[in-house]
Design a protein around this ligand. Structure first.
Ligand SMILES: [Zn+2]
Length: 76
């Protein structure tokens, strides 16, 4: 599989097609650089707790569970 693209909006209006830094979603030019961004666990921008890494992981798990459940129902 090709590496993930950065996808940040460029000044030309398109999407940046540089490969994202591994482990990040943006290229080096768009915030993917080492030391860029907040350290994990930082809560400066925390408002409701709706989008914390914990919740996002939970959401992911729920999606997998739902899919498994639906498959089960189909198989019966
Ligand atoms: Zn980029």
């Amino acid at each position: 599989m090709a590496s993930e693209r950065c996808g940040a909006r460029t000044r030309a209006g398109g999407a940046c097609r540089s490969p994202a830094v591994s482990g990040r979603r943006r290229c080096r030019m768009h915030g993917g650089a080492k030391g860029s961004g907040a350290p994990s666990g930082n809560s400066n921008a925390l408002k409701s707790g709706l989008y914390t890494a914990e919740r996002q992981a939970m959401r992911l798990k729920m999606g997998v569970l739902m899919r498994a459940g639906k498959k089960l129902l189909r198989d019966i």
